[in-house]
Design a protein around this ligand. Structure first.
Ligand SMILES: *Cc1c(COP(=O)(O)O)cnc(C)c1O
Length: 412
């Protein structure tokens, strides 16, 4: 008899986007004449840029000819892409990364979810709250989070990020083995300064902890003082793994490509404390067993983002989304909402008026303006009393949604 991994059974509590879809569909059925605008989507909407499309066409043609056909590629990714990553994303910021520290991935979700496999199941974990659910769920699957009761995992350290602490997670008063940080943040859209990140690096060095840093929204940073990589902070190469994705940078949610940096100096100890093992080695071993690389076509597509045309074109799309964010920020602020994020990230984190709970406000907005948001509490207990809006939609929808919200507020 095969026994099930019962840790999976704890996960059933998380159906955020399915719950939203159900409520939206019920609304559409009872209000067939209404055009519903979703500001809840976490997917991009603009097409791939011409530089990327040309590179993909070219790669497809190469696959059609025996002399240039590619089968299995190197597990860590093709040299042409790893070199472009180092040359464009790290060297200009004064960060030295060795090509063997770069692992091309098929999107950051896989690696942020899988990386926890190379450390023992009983390490303690801290996450910022609210949070991107992948970090918690992937750890819960092997039993690292304990049990789920009253909206919280029993063995997880939550680092609340609320308007009271300006969404800056506070250093815990006890030691934890692993800390997940994501900046610019999904869902709050807020960022951390170098000084704030430095506190985490110092904490990790002092406590021998591992930082798992998700930089998926790095390309949305506009403020020149905000770090794009955790390795901009001295000492980070000893304690931090960094995840990147082209999904939000260049619309690769369907193409699938990103990369993970695993510095050679990041180590974890054996249980007897006698040996320090390089996580770069373990991750390489794990990847060469369970992963056969990202497709050649996707990697050529990613390489094209770093060409002069690619850079210009992807920047234009990011500017489009960030203009949506600005329009939303300004309109909602004018209407009296307290709005966070949206300046260095495509997400706006909006406080619900008069302490209305997240789900109640979700319904009010749906019935009042036919606009869909994501209830903040779906991202963790500290998300209660907030909603998340995304700027990944069309400009016209964005204007229309703001007009409807203004009419709704005005008519209340
Ligand atoms: C969208 C997103 C990613 C990227 O996921 P992919 O698998 O690369 O598409 C990673 N982290 C966060 C927090 C995200 O929101």
């Amino acid at each position: 008899m095969a026994l099930v991994n019962e840790h999976y059974l704890q996960l059933s509590a998380n159906y955020l986007f399915a719950d939203i879809a159900k409520k939206v569909n019920a609304y559409k059925v009872s209000h067939p004449q209404k055009h519903v605008i979703s500001l809840g989507i976490g997917d991009v909407t603009q097409p791939l840029c011409p530089a990327v499309i040309n590179a993909m066409h070219k790669a497809v043609d190469e696959m059609a000819v025996k002399a240039t056909f590619r089968g299995y590629g190197p597990e860590r990714g093709y040299d042409f892409l790893r070199e472009a990553i180092i040359k464009n994303d790290f060297t200009p910021r004064g960060i030295h990364i060795d090509p063997n520290e770069v692992f091309v991935n098929d999107g950051a979700k896989s690696d942020t979810g899988n990386f926890q496999e190379v450390v023992r199941w009983d390490n303690s974990v801290a996450v910022t709250d609210p949070v991107y659910p992948v970090y918690i769920d992937s750890n819960a699957m092997i039993g690292r989070c304990g049990t789920f009761e009253k909206g919280k995992w029993s063995s997880l350290t939550y680092l609340p990020c609320t308007d009271d602490n300006k969404f800056i997670p506070q250093i815990p008063d006890h030691r934890v083995d692993m800390i997940y940080l994501c900046y610019p943040n999904n869902p709050t859209g807020t960022v951390l300064t170098k000084d704030e990140l430095k506190k985490w690096i110092n904490y990790a060095i002092k406590n021998d902890s591992l930082i798992l840093y998700d930089a998926a929204y790095e390309a949305y940073i506009r403020d020149e003082k905000i770090p794009h990589s955790i390795y901009e902070i001295r000492g980070a190469k000893k304690v931090a793994i960094e995840f990147h994705s082209y999904s939000k940078t260049a619309g690769f949610t369907g193409v699938r490509c990103g990369y993970t940096i695993v510095p050679k100096d990041v180590t974890a100890t054996t249980l007897d404390g006698k040996q320090r093992i390089s996580l770069n080695q373990l991750w390489d071993r794990r990847q060469s067993t369970k992963f056969n690389g990202t497709s050649y076509i996707s990697q050529r597509a990613a390489e094209a983002i770093y060409t002069p045309e690619g850079k210009e074109q992807t920047k234009a799309t990011i500017n489009y989304y960030m203009t949506n964010a600005k329009i939303m920020r300004e309109s909602l602020t004018k209407l009296g909402f307290k709005v966070y994020g949206g300046e260095n990230a495509p997400y706006l984190w909006v406080k619900t008026p008069d302490g209305t709970d997240s789900w109640k406000f979700f319904e009010q907005l749906l019935f009042g303006a036919s606009v869909v948001c994501t209830p903040g509490v779906g991202f963790g207990p500290s998300g209660e009393g907030f909603i998340r809006l995304t700027s990944f939609g069309d400009r016209e929808d964005c204007y229309e949604a703001m007009q409807r919200i203004a009419n709704w507020i005005g008519s209340k």
